[in-house]
Ligand binder design. Structure first.
Ligand code: DNO
Length: 390
């Protein structure tokens, strides 16, 4: 498997020189500054690649695009989609021309990963990302005024939510909103309560079946070209893997994954195995999912979560938490050897996904969830695990 590192490009607080010292060699990045729906020009792609590969002593290369974002209109099936599909396909051609062939994307309506707390103190020091069901309920019910959210939470969670809300300061509510919004990377619209309510209203009438139709239309528009260009598209699971804010989520479990692979069967239509996203749903056995879909895993995000009964979860250290990381990595390594024997395929790229903020991370700037030292710890642990299993 190929050790990779997510780097946010020139927007990142972490330099390529620092990335090189973690030991990773593959860079996972995107042209985050380009608004959703616009073409990634060949010049811009080539320029970013040259920047990554500028200093050969660092030994870095751009291996995976994360993400080539899918415009909201495509997810909603709104308006004339052909120009958006054309732009997407043009970006694909430009990436392929530059030799970048693995592309991660997601099909989550409106939001990307969602947390309520970006700096939950850990018992022995350091911070983790955290999702609190009561805080999310407080946000939905009392800040956003989404009445139907009452059906999505246990009564005890709603009670806790009310207590928190009534005792919270304006600043705490602002922080909650900012945390919930911070999963959206790059050039995007960030919502406040009012604009989020408006954006949610645009999803009225879009249930999971409609969203699936829209997703299938997207796959049909891009996968034939991906085949032609020998590209691997790998959908990222929903995070958390369940409906949120009343929005349907359709990439949350094994049945969903199967539906996607069957919707447009192709060697170019595959999966980003994100253990942390899938692992937040108690119904998901992540190593079993990895085993079931092993030959469709084109990219892996490795991290762990600790779940609580009310639906809350905390990001755990990479080898701690509820997912058996040893079993999971074993399945991926088995698949890796199968590919090497049968297909002479490339190594499966993986990255340590997220990390705790530890030591000097606590005083350094980083994108939420993406500190230097915590992620390096995660990578080092997984590297050790791989060496032991090999
Ligand atoms: C979170 C990431 C996601 C991922 C996108 C892919 O840390 O794994 O934001 O990049 O969902 O489209």
């Amino acid at each position: 498997m190929l050790e990779c590192w997510r780097w946010y490009g020139p927007l990142d607080y972490i330099s390529l020189e620092q990335v090189a010292q973690t030991g990773a060699t593959g860079i996972v990045t995107a042209l985050h500054e380009i608004p959703y729906g616009e073409v990634w020009s060949l010049e811009a792609v080539v320029e970013r690649k040259a920047l990554i590969e500028k200093d050969p002593t660092l030994g870095l290369s751009w291996q995976v695009v994360e993400s080539l974002p899918v415009h909201e209109h495509i997810k909603r099936g709104h308006g004339d989609l052909e120009p958006l599909f054309d732009n997407y396909r043009q970006s694909m051609r430009n990436l392929a021309k530059a030799g970048i062939r693995t592309v991660c994307y997601n099909f989550m309506p409106l939001l990307d990963w969602t947390r309520t707390d970006l700096a939950k103190p850990l018992p022995r020091g350091g911070h983790a990302l955290h999702f609190s069901a009561p805080r999310m309920a407080a946000f939905e019910l009392f800040m956003l005024g989404r009445k139907q959210a009452e059906d999505d939470y246990q009564p005890s969670t709603i009670k806790e939510a009310r207590i928190w809300f009534e005792g919270s300061t304006g600043q705490e509510r602002d922080e909650l909103l900012a945390s919930i919004m911070s999963g959206l990377p790059g050039a995007y619209e960030r919502y406040d309560c009012q604009t989020l309510a408006q954006a949610l209203a645009q999803y009225d009438g879009i249930d999971r079946n409609v969203l699936r139709e829209n997703y299938k239309r997207f796959l049909e528009a891009i996968i034939p070209l991906a085949e032609e260009l020998d590209m691997r598209f790998c959908v990222h699971p929903d995070d958390p893997p369940r409906d949120i804010l009343g929005l349907p989520r359709i990439v949350s479990n094994a049945q969903d994954i199967k539906w996607i692979l069957d919707a447009v069967p192709s060697r170019s239509n595959g999966l980003t195995l994100c253990s942390g996203s899938l692992g937040a749903n108690p119904g998901n056995d992540v190593p079993a999912i990895a085993k079931q879909f092993a030959d469709w895993v084109f990219f892996a995000h490795l991290r762990n979560v600790k779940k609580y009964d009310d639906g809350s979860f905390t990001e755990a250290a990479h080898l701690e938490g509820d997912t058996d990381m040893v079993a999971l990595v074993r399945h991926l390594l088995n698949e890796q050897s199968r590919r090497v024997q049968e297909e002479t395929s490339d190594l499966i790229p993986f990255r340590p996904d997220h990390g705790h903020a530890l030591l000097d991370d606590l005083s350094a700037k980083a994108h939420p969830g993406y500190p230097l030292i915590g992620r390096m710890r995660g990578l080092a642990e997984i590297r050790g695990l791989i060496a032991a299993l090999n």
